[in-house]
Ligand binder design. Structure first.
Ligand SMILES: N[C@@H](CCC(=O)N[C@@H](CS)C(=O)NCC(=O)O)C(=O)O
Length: 86
């Protein structure tokens, strides 16, 4: 199963990083099955920052690049019905 690596929850917030929060929210809204892995050491991530994902042999950082990758792999259930006008 796809793993989302992100910081631990803190101060009642799921993740203090807006990038982690964005990506986890995307995964949940898009209905992509995933497992969250808590990690407080971003140095272990490919770009030295979190979030990152581990999807089989693919290890990828940067929330925007990850969402692009997820759209190619799983389709775009949130925005696929939108046109340039809507
Ligand atoms: N462009 C990246 C930014 C990720 C990022 O800046 N993550 C921060 C937390 S908000 C981080 O891991 N910082 C650790 C550090 O710089 O040591 C993304 O969209 O995922």
């Amino acid at each position: 199963m796809l793993k989302l690596v992100q910081f631990h929850p803190a101060f009642g917030v799921r993740d203090m990083s807006p990038f982690c929060l964005k990506l986890e929210t995307y995964l949940r809204m898009a209905g992509i099955e995933h497992e969250v892995v808590w990690n407080s050491n971003p140095r272990s991530a490919p770009k030295g920052k979190l979030p990152c994902i581990v999807d089989g042999d693919v290890v990828m950082g940067d929330s925007s690049l990850i969402i692009d990758y997820l759209k190619v792999k799983f389709g775009d259930p949130l925005d696929e019905r939108l046109s340039a006008a809507h």
